[in-house]
Design a protein around this ligand. Structure first.
Ligand code: ZN
Length: 258
């Protein structure tokens, strides 16, 4: 027995099954979480002992109250995160989803990630339910500034706080702890989940609202759910198929089986 060959055979059976589900579905929607960006070198902060998140509690410092009361402290933490994300590149898993969209086999990607990697990979119909680092906004006058400009202003500010021309500290375009989710993105995500024949969940443990509710919306509307993730999820028992190997290997296998 060759264990490597045996596991490859298992994987391709699951990949074939998922490829078949994609082929027979009119509307496929992907839902992605931190796991799809781990191969790009972005740690999942929910996993313990991962670099930046080791020394601070993000739920305490990446909080809207800290941004409002102490923007220098907020940006000393969040700016590091911006810098870490500046040079990351999409991996093959992001590229497979963009390729499926180009082929007309994927309607949209809903993501929890703020890292812009789906956009950089070429995905066009993208719903970022936790926002994105792409733009920062001034809470005072509403001015939006792109990431590079925000970084430049942070670098040149004596306190390390990127500021609007009106003097306000800029806020990253991501949903901070203690903030409400963007209602338009949320409504669109729910509408897509409801209209999906197949909801393809990739790299998410599906534990955090709002994404936790989306597979149930798809199922209630008569659609099916497929999982490509290593972690256990609350909807494992509802899934038609679950691929639990490396996210890049699994999605490449699915693409090659289509
Ligand atoms: Zn302003």
């Amino acid at each position: 027995m060759n264990p490597t060959r045996s596991s490859a055979a298992t994987r391709s059976a699951g990949a074939d099954r998922l490829a078949g589900l994609i082929r027979e579905s009119d509307t496929v929607v992907a839902l992605t979480g931190a796991g799809i960006s781990v191969p790009s070198g972005i740690p999942d902060f929910r996993s313990p002992g991962t670099g930046l998140w080791e020394k601070v509690d993000p739920m305490e410092v990446a909080h809207i109250d800290v941004f409002r009361s102490d923007p220098a402290r907020f940006w000393s933490f969040y700016g590091e995160r911006f810098t870490a994300l500046r040079d990351v590149r999409p991996n093959r898993a992001h590229l497979v989803l963009a390729e499926l969209e180009r082929r007309g086999q994927l309607a949209a990607v809903i993501t929890q990630n703020i890292d812009m990697l789906h956009r950089r990979a070429g995905t066009r119909e993208l719903i970022e339910v936790h926002g994105s680092i792409e733009q920062a906004q001034c809470p005072g006058c509403g001015t939006q500034l792109p990431l590079e400009e925000t970084q430049a202003r942070r670098d040149s500010d004596p306190e390390g706080v990127p500021r609007c021309d009106c003097g306000h500290a800029l806020k990253p375009g991501v949903v901070l702890f203690g903030e409400l989710l963007p209602q338009l993105a949320l409504a669109r995500a729910e509408e897509l989940a409801e209209g999906a024949d197949l909801l393809l969940c990739v790299g998410s443990s599906l534990e955090v609202y709002p994404v936790a509710s989306l597979p149930f919306i798809t199922r209630a509307a008569g659609g099916r759910v497929a999982l490509v993730t290593r972690s256990g999820t609350p909807v494992d028992h509802l899934a038609e198929v679950k691929l639990d190997g490396d996210v890049v290997d699994e999605l490449e296998a699915v693409l090659s089986a289509l």
